[in-house]
Write a new protein. Structure first.
Length: 80
């Protein structure tokens, strides 16, 4: 991608493209270009999420580099 987007803008643009392809009867060539752009945005979003996950894992290590695992604690007032 030539212009740098943040994750939220890329996701919003991807949602717009999906809606455009669902609602409009675009010519084949325009549909293909839109689809290609959507694939690129999707890959960018996946990379952003992978990078965020790696950062979280790095931040969640103890002094020996071992992962700090904690059981999920459900809010007491949350219903099932």
């Amino acid at each position: 991608m030539t212009k740098q987007l943040d994750f939220e803008k890329a996701l919003k643009e991807l949602e717009r493209l999906v809606k455009q392809m669902e609602e409009n009867d675009l010519p084949l060539e325009e549909t293909l270009k839109t689809f290609e752009h959507g694939i690129n945005l999707s890959r960018y979003c996946v990379k952003c999420l992978d990078d965020a996950e790696k950062r979280i894992q790095q931040l969640s290590q103890d002094e020996n580099g071992e992962p700090l695992l904690k059981a999920w604690e459900r809010d007491s007032d949350e219903d099932l």
